[in-house]
Design a protein around this ligand. Sequence first.
Ligand SMILES: C[S@@+](CC[C@H](N)C(=O)[O-])C[C@H]1O[C@@H](n2cnc3c(N)ncnc32)[C@H](O)[C@@H]1O
Length: 363
Amino acid sequence: MDLIGCRLTLSPQSVSDDQQPQQPQEQPRVENQVVSHAVPSSQGGSTCRSYLFFVPHHYPQDGGTRPIIGWSKAMRVKTIARATLAGIKRWLAEEPSQEEPTLPFDNHYDRICRVFRQIDQVCHREAYVWGVVQGLALAKAIGYPRVSVIEFGVAGGAGLLALERIAEQAEKIVGIGIDVYGFDTGMGLPKPKDYRDLPYMWEEGSFAIDVDKLRTRLQRARLMLGLVEETVPAFVRSSFAPVAFVSIDLDLYTGTKHALGLLEAVPDALLPRIPCYFDDIMGWGYSDYTGERLAIHEFNSEHSMRKIAPHYGLKFFVPRQNVNSIWVECMYFAHIFDHPLYGARANVDRDNQLDLDGRWYKT
Ligand SMILES: C[S@@+](CC[C@H](N)C(=O)[O-])C[C@H]1O[C@@H](n2cnc3c(N)ncnc32)[C@H](O)[C@@H]1O
């Protein structure tokens, strides 16, 4: 006979161990079978019981036997409501409250998430908020007073304006100065050269900037106009605060390849690990053989001490509402292995030990 059933968790006061379930009304004869499960509960430190029973019935009308399922008589609506409310309360308690005490910002994921949520309330460019905050977390841990954040591919300017607002908020919270740069031709996309520039996707002249209009809106960002093939080498030769975050949204392989030349700068110009956001690597037939992914692939082949690698498993560390956000899959780190501070302690949580029972303690 197939047994089917459901389970309800009750508090111990409502169901005593020796209670038997109620017989159903229309009972001809038979072998009744009661099944009960004890399940642990964290509620109030006591163990709760869940009860269900399966009663095989013989039906004289048709001579068949079928199971019926019933609940113990002690299950009252009030108890069910109480258990449900307690569950909802526990669930709500998992959500961070707006009134959390402000803890000092450091390089822990939970602190990064807290500041991310704070800034994201006013600037809705989640990838940029995450990248800037994560870059600042490392800068703070290592002791940099000022950093640069960069957007490659500005177009209308919405992203650069967002980056400015994020920088303004983040500076106040973290206490590190931030310079903002935006690189673009100003005239839209260059002509795709070959299959690597994904000509099936991109068209020359798309996304041209209204430079004058954008300049009237920008507060602090510096607009670096021209092909990145020329502006990036010039920038690398200039003096700027160490780069703490880079967004790459140039669409084409050619521009991306040249933008990544920034990561060849001297170590002083870079953080040892730089969060990078790549906008055009998910969906649409993007591959390791074209577009931004090819540029990443080639950068890694051409540099033994500098590598661009995905931020693996980031979805397990971002706030719950972003677990399925596409940008989470687009976050990478540029690793500058030859940076003198690559090995500098960046975790502020120190002196941890584990005992035989797997519990953490400090020395
Ligand atoms: C999709 S748009 C950027 C959108 C922008 N990040 C945003 O979120 O609003 C791509 C931009 O990359 C710029 N671009 C592409 N290749 C370039 C190159 N080789 N040098 C400079 N800019 C380039 C184009 O001018 C275009 O404005």
